[in-house]
Design a protein around this ligand. Structure first.
Ligand code: AMP
Length: 419
């Protein structure tokens, strides 16, 4: 089945071909016909599945006939990077049309955005805070919106944006098509979907997508040896693009600097950076100038960086959902990828839940020539909490793996993780 089955306009088909898309992805196969019929859709899919084109193509097709006019589609996205990425996809697919889109977020000038609205745009892709500023100041009118798309709804919730999203909806006409995309369905998103969507069709894909193309490994290590182990792993993984995740902004910044000092082409991406510096880090990683990007969950989630060969979790993610989101950065579009996670003894319970979500125990690995008994040095990166640090004793994770090995058939219920 190719894109021709959707009955898309010639110009859109040309843009699809120019983008190099030959076959629709599973979410596109499911969602495009439904969105073209005007149905409300609940899309359970994460970034990397082609979901942007799944809503962008039908929206563009719908707007082709009309003359340029007021804002007719609103996409609400949780981060600036994601908003830019969606805007980029709209631009790619709208290139043979007169349809204009713009991305709107804070941290950059307000007036240029207001001027863009004045000149006229049909599609606005926005983060909630700045969008509300425009609505309150009357610089943006959403009274003619026909399609609302809430993208990465679970992440909008994680970032505390749901009250803003509800306020934004108050500015929209009540007759409209609604699409809601989310990688997971926590209760709050179910409630939001119940409020916003009318008789929605559900598209669900990728419940076990990461497992097929991504290999997983855990590296038990003492807290104070994490940086040293990471350096070793970076030598072993070769020259492919590597995304390293830390739990805090400070750690991302510091680790990025340490890696650069050790001779790695690295940068960090974290919320304290200005928009310009975030973009420079991302562009440098995309272009290959940086081989290693150290990032926190907040800024990295939803970012589409193709061909990441390894995701290394320097700090374990706090939930299995966060693990799935992180590893979703690798193993994309049929390429294989690897997710390597450094774990300390304190991480045991979250490791158990990640095992459950993956459906079988993740392999525990040790590096052959690495000195795991190295004491804490004065210059150690992170001081251990006790004695010889938080090094998991040999066998500790294996024993736990064995327990889960027996229960491998006991796959989690949908509410425990991805869907
Ligand atoms: P998304 O999930 O929308 O962030 O898309 C992930 C990546 O897949 C983006 O780089 C898209 O350009 C790309 N993509 C979307 N649809 C297709 C397709 N049908 N074939 C190949 N790549 C695609």
């Amino acid at each position: 089945m190719g894109f021709e089955t959707f009955g898309l306009n010639r110009n859109l088909m040309a843009a699809v071909a120019a983008a190099g898309y030959t076959t629709p992805t599973p979410i596109q196969k499911q969602a495009i016909p439904l969105v073209m019929q005007g149905r409300d859709v609940l899309g359970l899919a994460q970034t990397g599945t082609g979901k942007t084109a799944a809503f962008a193509l039908p929206v563009l097709q719908r707007f082709l006939q009309a003359k340029p006019g007021p804002v007719r589609a609103l996409v609400v996205a949780p981060t600036r990077e994601l908003a830019e990425q969606i805007h980029g996809e709209f631009q790619t697919l709208a290139r043979g049309t007169r349809i204009r889109s713009t991305a709107v977020y804070g941290g950059v000038g307000f007036n240029p955005q207001a001027s863009a609205f004045k000149r006229g745009v049909e599609v606005v892709i926005a983060c909630p805070g700045r969008l509300l500023d425009h609505l309150r100041q009357g610089t943006l009118d959403l009274a003619h919106v026909e399609v609302l798309i809430l993208d990465e709804a679970d992440y909008l919730f994680d970032m505390g944006f749901l009250p803003d999203v509800r306020r934004i909806i108050g500015y929209l006409p009540s007759r409209r098509q609604n699409l809601l995309f989310s990688a997971t369905m926590p209760t709050e998103i179910k409630r939001l979907a119940g409020e916003v969507l009318r008789d929605p069709a559900t598209c669900r894909i990728g419940a076990d997508a990461p497992a097929h193309t991504v290999s997983h490994a855990l590296y038990p290590v003492a807290q104070h040896l994490k940086t040293a182990l990471l350096m070793e792993l970076l030598v072993q993984v070769g020259s492919g693009p590597v995304l390293v995740f830390t739990r805090t902004k400070h750690r991302a910044k510091r680790l990025g600097e340490q890696l650069a000092k050790a001779g790695h082409r690295s940068a960090s991406l974290q919320g304290n950076l200005s928009q310009g510096r975030r973009q420079a880090a991302l562009d440098g990683f995309r272009s290959g100038r940086f081989q290693v990007l150290v990032a926190t969950d907040i800024v990295a989630r939803g970012i589409d960086i193709s061909k990441v060969s390894h995701v290394i979790n320097y700090d374990v993610p706090s939930t299995p959902e966060a693990y799935i989101h992180r590893i979703g950065r690798t193993g994309r579009a049929g390429c294989s990828g690897a997710a390597l996670t450094l774990v300390t003894r304190e991480d045991k319970s979250v490791v158990c839940s990640i095992d459950r979500v993956i459906g079988s125990p993740i392999e525990r690995r040790t590096l052959k020539d690495f000195d795991y008994d190295r004491p804490v040095s004065v210059s150690a990166d992170v001081r251990p909490r006790t004695g010889r640090g938080s090094f998991p004793r040999r066998g500790e994770f294996d024993a736990h793996a064995g327990r889960h090995g027996k229960a491998a058939g006991d796959r989690p219920k949908a509410s425990a993780g991805r869907r």
